[in-house]
Design a protein around this ligand. Structure first.
Ligand SMILES: NC(=O)c1ccc[n+]([C@@H]2O[C@H](COP(=O)([O-])OP(=O)(O)OC[C@H]3O[C@@H](n4cnc5c(N)ncnc54)[C@H](OP(=O)(O)O)[C@@H]3O)[C@@H](O)[C@H]2O)c1
Length: 104
């Protein structure tokens, strides 16, 4: 849906998107690798509260499950590999030094 009388974009600029034209992502599962830390847990909390299905990942499934239980809103916890397998979108919320090994 676009507004018929929207201001035309400036030359060389892409037209502004109407939020209603964006794809519906409400059915996607979001995995948060390293979601036991403050950054990942904060994102998981806000996404889940907004109605998104969220899985928290950790190097230790038990830590992920404990963090998920703490958050509520249907958040689940699993180890990072299972979280990635079950997710449509993955947020990597681990310290930079751990990115390479985690993504492998
Ligand atoms: N905190 C903030 O305010 C903030 C703001 C902006 C950006 N960031 C960025 O967001 C990312 C996460 O921040 P954070 O403060 O939540 O970090 P963190 O608490 O240090 O780490 C998050 C989680 O990553 C896992 N982890 C730690 N070291 C790891 C390693 N070497 N390999 C794989 N996993 C490891 C741990 O989970 P498990 O032990 O359960 O696996 C930990 O709970 C970082 O890249 C940071 O720079 C943070």
């Amino acid at each position: 849906m676009s507004t018929p009388d929207a201001t035309p974009p400036a030359p060389g600029k892409a037209p502004a998107k109407d939020p209603w034209d964006l794809p519906d992502v409400s059915g996607l599962v979001v995995g948060v690798l390293g979601g036991t830390g403050p950054q990942g847990k904060g994102l998981a909390h806000r996404l889940a509260r907004a109605g998104q299905k969220v899985i928290i990942g950790s190097r230790a499934a038990e830590r992920a499950r404990a963090a998920a239980e703490e958050l509520g809103y249907g958040v689940e916890g699993a180890d990072n590999a299972e979280t990635a397998r079950r997710s449509d979108i993955v947020i990597v919320a681990v310290p930079w030094d751990g990115h390479g090994k985690t993504l492998e």
